[in-house]
Design a binder for this molecule. Sequence first.
Ligand code: GLN
Length: 528
Amino acid sequence: MSKFIFVTGGVVSSLGKGITGASLAKLLQLRGFKVNMIKCDPYINIDPGTLSPYQHGEVFVTADGAEADLDLGTYERFLDVPMTKANTTTAGGIYQTVIDNERRGDYNGVTVQVIPHITNEIKKRFAAFDKNFDITIIEIGGTVGDIEGLPFLEAARQFRVERGRENVMTLHATLVPYISSAGELKTKPTQHSVNKLREIGIEPDVLACRTEHPISDSMKKKLSLFCSVEPAAVIEVMDAPSIYLVPEELEKQGLTDLVIKRLNLKAKKKNDGKWFDFVRKATSPKKQITVGIAGKYAELKDAYKSVAESLYLAGMSNKVSVKVKYINTQKDPIPASLKGLDAIIVPGGFGKRGIPGKIEAIKYARENKIPFLGICLGMQCTVIEAARNLAGLKDADSTEINPDTKNPVVAMMEDQKKIKKLGGTMRLGNYSAKIRKGSLAHKLYKKDTIEERHRHRYEYNPQFVPLLENCGLKVSAWHKELLPEIVEYPKNPFFIAVQFHPEFASRPLKPHPLFDGLAKAALKNKKN
Ligand code: GLN
């Protein structure tokens, strides 16, 4: 049976609950425990698949094809445990299951209610990793006091009663703001949010206090006394230069031992400090490269969260800091805004906006031999660029953008049209691809077959492959000899585009080969 740690948030959103939770998970993992994490999102959407990046940042895709909150990306990067559908839960998904059960007559005619039916379904999801993991950390999205979050918190309260105190604990992430006119940190918002939590019947065991200034011992005592937590359980979480440094900060304050004791566990091994050493060394590099991400959500960094993290992690492994420049392909002048970049990425996306700018950016990268990585829509734009500028098919287009084009170099395949799933006809999750020997892709992956995550409807239309290969754009990986998965332009030292999303599979110590390759190529390009 798993032990459970709930992570709740108070005062404001965006406190980095996900990072605090994932850091604690990492620390417990480094002590030999098998740890998994679950994100509960209290909104009514079934999943964030249809949410605009403006609302929710990037949609993270799991290997088994769930479209999930970007916190799952943080969990996966910290823990190196593959996330699945069971790691993500929304109020919408819970209600849907309960309503489906009700329609089937599963409840034998009783009145279906939030308590117990919704809360029972939530508790079932909490227990997803009961058998195979020692500890499950469950992050409840939103802030204490939100109406939507109540069923999740009520389920968490019941869970502690049912499973016993020594098996369930709560870490409350809160804000301790600094009021500059008074020159003081303030504990009142934390007191209020803890009171709110206690009203619901949940007593926090740990306070993770986000703050811009160190919290003095006397302030910790005050928080401890007023919020009824042990003084040692008042943990300070300051902004760190890198999120991967947060676990060490928490370890230093004794959080791991405190949690292990509180849950009546025995550490399976000592933390050998290797992860901390690696992160510390890797987060203070001397060299820097600048990589442009040319997309349509330039103002909204969370929209490309995993791409930026992948660059950061590739930088860590290559001892170089990666500065990311976001280019809005709808507004920024192209190629002028690309000058001076050491590498260019055109990331995934949906719809027409910003496409001409992306195609221009790809042309610029190709013609100037700038290291280039195209991702999903970025590969589709690469194909359109080659068709228009290398093969002379001036109206070549994707049928997503121009359904009437005479040269549909990117189109929805017949098989794809047949897949009628909720959320549309998306190719989602892991698919395999065979890589051609001798290609750049093969050199990077050092493998013949790969599995990568997909999230798209349209494909590089295989009918156009012979023509574009003749013009220099080679296909270096296929899915079942049917669908092109990777294209490259061997005349350039590093020009590659992929139909899948490599950004979801990067880890500290294990950067994704494509991002690793891009960072190396950018470094080389900088020297020349
Ligand atoms: N809009 C494109 C498609 O549906 C690309 C999707 C993406 O980049 N994730 O195929």
